[in-house]
Ligand binder design. Structure first.
Ligand code: GLP
Length: 261
């Protein structure tokens, strides 16, 4: 794992957008794993601004609420259209989200896994982190080898995501269909982005804490190629910060990205 700490939120989101753009430029047919949430909005805005060409890309989103149709503005399908898909050249047939409207969620989950496998697996998976420690919607005690399935959301998560539901946590669906922790770990590269004070404790637990299903995001410690991009606020509770900065200063591969650091 590499931890990259940027002086401010705008630089952390710009760096994430730039890494994504660079991966697409290097491999236009890349299979992307996409995330939602407020943090990612800025990333997508920058990718759109940069005019990145998604025409040969395939995308798979991490998760979708159960019971919200894709045309519901609060669905993640709508989020993706609003923040990314409507503003870039991408074939809608190559964009995928789990089918939270299926009356057989187990079957929908299997189909999602199969579709990812048929596409050759995910090359680059973007991740945010929830205050419950989730990646995707893998709430505490999600098996570290779990695959796509439906999960009941924690009250904390429903609280955190209430913004899209008029501030009413009880209006947030109780369930979501989400890639599993194992599905996420199968991606060839992970980039986790977290910003802001509210994420500081959970980031420290994910990055430096014990590997535990209580904090699904700690599973990133198992991945061979994982970057964690933070702003100062989200990095505030890390204990080995000096070392992460030292690595970053000395790794030549970060040279093209110095202006974000
Ligand atoms: C939702 C998504 C997660 C994402 C999280 C972060 O819960 N299911 O994949 O990590 O939001 O949210 P935010 O960026 O709004 O803090």
């Amino acid at each position: 794992m590499e931890v990259v700490i940027c002086p401010e939120r705008s630089k952390a989101t710009a760096l994430t957008a730039r890494l994504m753009a660079d991966r697409i430029a290097a491999d236009p047919g890349i299979v992307l794993g996409l995330a939602t949430g407020r943090t990612m909005e800025e990333v997508y805005a920058r990718v759109v601004e940069a005019g990145v060409d998604f025409s040969a890309c395939t995308t798979f989103n991490l998760d979708e609420y159960v019971g919200l149709p894709p045309d519901d503005p609060r669905s993640y399908a709508a989020y993706m259209r609003k923040h990314l898909f409507d503003h870039v050249t991408i074939d809608p047939a190559h964009t995928h989200l789990p089918d939270g409207m299926s009356d057989d969620l187990k079957a929908a989950a299997l189909i999602y896994e199969r579709t990812i496998a048929d596409a050759g697996g995910i090359d680059l998976q973007l991740l945010g982190i929830g205050v419950s420690g989730h990646i995707g919607f893998n709430e505490p005690l999600s098996a570290l080898r779990s695959r796509t399935r439906d999960k009941i959301l924690t009250p904390t998560t429903r609280e955190q995501n209430a913004g899209m539901f008029g501030g009413d946590a009880t209006a947030v669906p109780k369930r979501a269909l989400t890639m599993g922790v194992g599905t996420i770990l199968d991606s060839r590269e992970l980039v986790l982005l977290a910003c802001g004070t509210a994420k500081a404790q959970v980031v420290a637990r994910a990055v430096e804490g014990p590997l535990t299903s209580r904090i699904s995001a700690s599973a990133i410690q198992l991945h061979r190629s994982c970057k964690v991009i933070l702003d100062e606020e989200a990095a505030a509770a890390l204990q080995d910060r000096d070392y992460y900065d030292f690595v970053c200063r000395n790794e030549e591969k970060w040279d093209p990205y110095r202006r974000y650091l």
